[in-house]
Design a protein around this ligand. Sequence first.
Ligand code: SF4
Length: 685
Amino acid sequence: MELKIVSTTCPYCGTGCGLNLVVRDEKVVSVAAWQRHPVNEGKLCPKGRYAHEFIHRKDRLTKPLIKKDGKLVEASWDEAYELIATKLKTYKPEEMACLASARVSNEENYLMQKFARAVLKTPNVDHCARLCHSSTVAGLAASFGSGAMTNNIQDIAESKCVFVLGSNTFEQHPLIGRSIVRAKQKGARVIVFDPRYTPTAKQADLYKSFYSGTDVAILNAMMQHIIKNGWEAKEYIENRTKDYEKLKAVVMKPEYSLENVSGISGIPAKDIAMAAEWFATAPSACLLYSMGITQHTTGVDNVKSVANLLMLTGNIGKVGGGVNALRGQNNVQGACDMGCLPNVYSGYQKVIDEPAVKKMKEAWGCDVAGGKIGYTVTEMMDVLTENPPKLKAIYIMGENPMISDPDLKHVEHALKNLEFLVVQDIFLTETAQLADVVLPAACYAEKDGTQTSTERRVQRWHKAVNPPGEAKADWEILCELGRKMGFEKQFSFKSPEEIFNEVARVTPSYGGMSYKRLEPEGLHWPCPAADHPGTPILHTQKFANPDGLGVFTPIEYKPPAEVTDAEYPFILTTGRCIWQWHTGSMTRRSESLEREAPTGWIEINTEDAKALGIRNNEMVRAITRRGEVQVAARVTGDIRKNVMFMPFHYAECPANVLTNNALDPIAKIPEYKVCAVRVEKIKEA
Ligand code: SF4
């Protein structure tokens, strides 16, 4: 019995841990430590440890499926391709859309946006980054000229003050949590503000709970206190930034006094002051955030406020500083880099810039969609519910909006209004069940490729086993379909490496990368030339804006789109747990993970539960303006009074039936983190 060890990266979060797949008899039987991997050094969180368990599940998709008489039935690849090609040719470009995936490789994402723009000629391509970090891309790009995490993961350990705002790092990016621990061991102070007393909060030197959605007010109050005390980085502000006076005019307003913001946020004034002092006077300070900052109708404002604080204290472009925007999924950074957004080609080259359009036309040797920004995911769902719907066909690769998107009744209504839906996935997800054609795809262990983690590290995937049955890698499917639709030359790739070489040719930040150079530990972009070592820390000399300066943006506090009232008196916030991953299509099929957290719950503060007469584990009805869900109560002192929390992984009690699809006006990200809810006891019959 011969064992084969294949190194690759973890298919779950954006940390990008390296792992070794143990293969015996063409089966991945275990995951072993990759001791020398620079990010995780042989350690794995439970999801990484059990990342092999779903691979050989019997319910993997193994053959294409076509809907006949309302039922999905097995078909040949030829039949499926013929149907897709014939149907898609009947629609106008603006009637079609493609959703790429944060779960698949860079090469596959690059091909999906190429398929949309070169074959379908549609500008409508997006993916789930819209739902997690689109506000980061917009907010940081406006402030720094680049929308990515500024420092690398190991660098967090060098910080002397780590401020975690809107991230449950120890559960959602556990191996990044190690860097926080290391920073602490080296004397750093850790501040955590979160409505829940999470495992991350338990590591803090200063923890305070607050009302979800009040981040801008808190950050403005901290900045006011810093300026009042003269702790701002005067030289840095003078030499490296602009519009400081505009920022000052807003943050110094009386409404952002410590006392006033204490009333808004629920954090005592002295603690906001202490956080401000610790952050501003530390030799280096960084801020870690995730979806607690981004998933708001003020998501872009929140991100710009974070950028303001970091520039005010001179903490961008230095060791131990930085805005560490922690990306959720393993390749969400890469899917954005590859141009799976409606406004940019790969490398954030704008579709409305004529030279960029010309460049892509020349590179691809055909006419391409350009000059117009397409629909975002959230806009797609909205235009699908118009009468008549503006979209007719959507091709979804590796996404499950029927669990992940806000206001699920609205999403279901939208997807059912489609004339033609193609879903390419590894399991028959809730979304795939609605499809007209389902294409069986390979999972991470069954293909070569690259992914880009939250710290901009581009790393290799190595194929360990063949996909099951007739399933194929996403890149093979897209190439075969592209050729079938008449784009022989544009989709002639024989391997992921050939695709990556094209990515490097057309994407300046990946220009110096090759498969050879990515072994064994990867490279951080930007890496513009073959002799460039990569860039672990951004903005060390100048910002990426044309004039090299960082831009302060004055931001006023705005309350969430939906606030509590007599009918819906509690704030509902949503998120994840350490055992499950997003819509659960992989983790819920992993025995060791599912066993630990087999169904959903709603966290209710002990005092609130007492007032409502609700006991721990009792089934309750959670109701918002959009729908209701029956779910078990988890009564706990670890959540702020008047705030409730639900994980969104569970189809049997889907939190996103309840969430609000109100959008940030710039990033179009929905406000998953705040809506108004009421909870009722279920009366026994
Ligand atoms: Fe995988 Fe993230 Fe856990 Fe690392 S921290 S093992 S990347 S889920």
